[in-house]
Design a binder for this molecule. Structure first.
Ligand SMILES: [Zn+2]
Length: 344
């Protein structure tokens, strides 16, 4: 039951079955819309779904699912199809690194979409991390979505829909992707990636159901080490003075993407504290390697304090994405995180 390796649908996705079946339905009924939005936490499978959807639309077999063998299926898998554009944010900024969707790339795509496709009967654009777009990008895209050229399909992925203008959101068919059950991630790691049971179980837990993140942690030992380092820093900060917290914030602000990632780990850790302080057992927590710290913290804050901390972290993430003053945003957060003495 937990095995969702999708041999039945032919989509190279794991989980998100209801989304896949809705999309297959759109293709088979001939009602593919102009704009789709896949939202959900990082590494939950949004881009994979977008690629599989594009393949399914373009596949020469026209079954509603990708055959995986035809020219469109092959080229789209490699991000090399001339009629399928993929736009991802690029790193920019000298003093403060951040990821941005390039307006010129968007304009090029919009221009190409006014021309006939080269091989297919339509053009498709996959635009990932759409929250990393500027007002200029949103405006250009909105104009295009108001009068989409031909049978063009735009597929956007985004971590958080709250950062998207309502005018764009209302023109998209949206699907919200949730983290997968831990057991599904565990089985996928074992079956698809040949991970040992014990490691798969651990990685699935700490990934919080984000399969892509579990795979990254499995393949990239440095990512695993970084994760622990970031959580340990958080745990240390809990008992630190304001001065020390501010100097940590100052270091963190220099790489906005790193800051956003760090905050995602903190959010996950605080969710564990909230879960335990509401009376759940350790079986419900993600960061099982920080059980004792989570237990300890949840004995010093109640679940509403933990919930407030989580929303403070989320607000800070939003502010960082919206280009707010990074230093100020992080300093405000430092003041909102409760002081907890964990004792070593
Ligand atoms: Zn195919």
């Amino acid at each position: 039951m937990v095995d969702s390796s999708d041999t039945d649908t032919g989509w190279n996705t794991i989980g998100h079955e209801w989304v896949v079946s809705a999309l297959i339905n759109h293709i088979q009924s001939g009602h593919v819309y102009h704009a789709y939005l896949f939202s959900g936490p990082p590494s939950v499978g949004k881009r994979t779904l977008a690629i599989e959807f594009a393949k399914s639309i373009c596949c020469l077999e026209k079954q509603g699912s990708p055959c995986g063998n035809c020219r469109p299926c092959n080229l789209i898998s490699k991000s090399k199809h001339p009629d399928v554009d993929e736009i991802t944010p690029r790193v920019s900024g000298k003093t403060i690194r951040q990821h941005k969707i390039n307006i010129d790339e968007i304009r090029n795509t919009i221009y190409r979409f006014t021309l006939n496709p080269l091989e297919l009967d339509r053009r498709i654009a996959i635009i990932t991390n759409f929250e990393d777009a500027s007002r200029l990008v949103y405006d250009a895209m909105l104009k295009t979505l108001e009068e989409p050229p031909g049978d063009a399909v735009f597929i956007f992925t985004i971590n958080n829909v709250s950062s998207l203008p309502e005018t764009i959101l209302s023109r998209c068919v949206s699907f919200d992707l949730r983290p997968l059950p831990v057991s599904v991630v565990e089985q996928a790691l074992i079956k698809r990636w040949g991970t040992q049971h014990q490691e798969a179980s651990f990685l699935a837990r700490i990934s919080g159901g984000r399969l892509g993140w579990a795979v990254t942690l499995m393949l990239d030992k440095e990512a695993l080490v970084n994760r622990s380092a970031k959580i340990s820093q958080l745990v240390d900060l809990l008992s630190q003075s304001r001065v020390n917290r501010f100097s940590y914030a100052d270091a963190l602000r220099k790489d906005r993407e790193q800051a956003v990632e760090t905050l995602a780990l903190w959010e996950c850790w605080w969710r564990d504290v909230m879960v335990v302080s509401s009376g759940a057992t350790n079986a419900a927590i993600s960061n099982i390697d920080y059980q004792s710290e989570i237990q300890n913290a949840s004995s010093q804050v109640d679940s509403s304090q933990a919930a407030n901390t989580i929303s403070a972290i989320r607000n800070t993430q939003d502010n960082l994405r919206k280009n707010a003053n990074t230093r100020l945003a992080l300093e405000v957060l430092m003041l909102q995180i409760p002081t907890i003495h964990l004792g070593h």
